[in-house]
Design a protein around this ligand. Structure first.
Ligand SMILES: Nc1ncnc2c1ncn2[C@@H]1O[C@H](COP(=O)(O)OP(=O)(O)O)[C@@H](O)[C@H]1O
Ligand SMILES: [Mg+2]
Length: 312
């Protein structure tokens, strides 16, 4: 449904998107994940024909975004990061205005507005001025607008950014519903965000795709890189030596911490139980034992470093 080949976009000398390729099948729900400045918005804007790429190609629903932009726009609903709304208009009025721009006549607009307002949980506010709506409702108006022409593909840029926790939960369940009827590509800079809504995640960093997989696969790669932190009360040399002997240990660092020994352990698997048993066996009190799960940023850095190593 979406086919991107060797896409690149430069802003002057800034390389925002660098030779990106990926494919999204019909019916998939894919998260485009990356830190700020990774190139997410730029890629989505190329796919929605809002701006041209510097090189490469992209097709949506079989149509080329460069040469058949009108056909692409018919197939795609786009929710940009900040939805440009007209605050003085009422919701229904705004949706009529947008429907007219899309060339829908009045009967078709009425039918479409009834459908999308139901779909996006808007009936209660349909006659309210947009200026009176909360950010969560404005987001839904933006979504309703994106769905007016009943596109097969829905592209959303950071759809939950700036929403409060209750609004985030609502938007997530709305996205899950929409995902049953549309092919969905959404971007986020937060891992849990794409984890809960998407069945596949593509990670982009500095304009390049650095990893992709199911949320479970990526989560596993992240926790596999995590470290264990423990504080035991015992002679530093003995504590370190004892931990070093545990099965699966790759590396141990130790430092004294006001009479205790603080160790940072990297290992092939979770050693918390083994460390607890060691402390009980040796009679070394244990006051801290936790897994320091790598942050997404650590994960990016690691993946990117790994990519450089395998290139070299
Ligand atoms: N209109 C623009 N002019 C110049 N540089 C831009 C423009 N838009 C984005 N960039 C740069 O391109 C890179 C990617 O930006 P963007 O696609 O917005 O990333 P993301 O959406 O992942 O945060 C960043 O380095 C950003 O500063
Ligand atoms: Mg962005």
């Amino acid at each position: 449904m979406i086919e991107v080949r060797n896409l690149a976009k430069y802003y002057g000398s800034v390389r925002a998107v660098d030779n990106v390729s990926f494919t999204i099948e019909e019916g998939e729900v894919v998260g485009f994940l990356g830190p700020n400045g990774a190139g997410k918005t730029t890629t989505l804007r190329v796919l929605t024909c809002y701006q041209p790429a510097t090189s490469g190609s992209a097709k949506v629903a079989g149509h080329d975004v460069f040469t058949e932009s009108m056909a692409v726009r018919r197939e795609v609903g786009y929710l940009p990061e900040s939805v440009p709304l007209y605050p003085e208009m009422r919701v229904r009025e705004y949706l009529h205005f947008r429907g007219k721009l899309r060339g829908l006549d009045r009967p078709r607009r009425n039918a479409a507005i009834a459908r999308v307002s139901e779909r996006c949980w808007l009936p209660d506010v349909i006659n309210r001025p947009i200026s009176q709506l909360s950010k969560g409702f404005r987001q839904r108006v933006g979504l309703a607008d994106a769905l007016l022409h009943n596109p097969r593909v829905l592209i959303m840029d950071e759809p939950t950014i700036g929403l409060d926790p209750a609004q985030i939960r609502e938007t997530r369940s709305l996205i899950r519903e929409l995902a049953q009827e549309h092919t969905v590509l959404l971007s986020s800079h937060i891992l849990p965000e794409v984890e809960v809504t998407c069945r596949r995640i593509i990670i982009i960093h500095r304009g390049k795709i650095v990893a992709s997989g199911t949320p479970a696969e990526l989560r596993q790669r992240i926790t596999a890189g995590s470290q264990l932190i423990a504080e035991l009360k015992g002679p530093e040399a003995e504590v370190t030596a004892g931990i070093r002997k545990l099965d699966g240990v790759k590396d141990v660092h130790s430092e004294p911490a006001d009479g205790w020994t603080r160790v940072t352990v990297s290992a092939r698997h979770d050693l918390r139980e083994a460390i607890y048993k060691l402390s009980a066996e040796k009679g070394w009190p244990l006051r801290e034992l936790r897994r320091d799960v790598a942050t997404l940023e650590d994960f990016f850095v690691k993946i990117v470093a790994g990519a450089h190593q395998s290139e070299g």
